[in-house]
Design a protein around this ligand. Structure first.
Ligand SMILES: [Cu+2]
Length: 77
């Protein structure tokens, strides 16, 4: 099982994603996570692999992980 940071309130959540190698990966991850309920914004730093998600409601870590996998990448801590 993949573990993502726990978050119980709205705000900003950051986590690392492995497997992003180019702008296409960044766009795929951004699009997939951006579809999740409560997501207001997604920003990706490709060099560090860090993804920052702005939310208006608590995120479901499992849904985030699924979105990252859907984009062809792998969430990591
Ligand atoms: Cu790529």
């Amino acid at each position: 099982m993949t573990t993502l940071p726990q978050h119980t309130s709205s705000g900003t959540t950051a986590f690392r994603v492995n497997g992003m190698t180019c702008g296409h990966c960044v766009r795929a991850v951004t699009d997939e996570i951006g579809r999740l309920a409560g997501v207001r914004g997604v920003s990706v730093d490709l060099p560090s692999g860090m993804v920052t998600v702005e939310t208006t409601e608590p995120l479901d870590p499992a849904a985030v992980a699924a979105a990252v996998y859907e984009a062809g990448c792998e969430p990591a801590l």
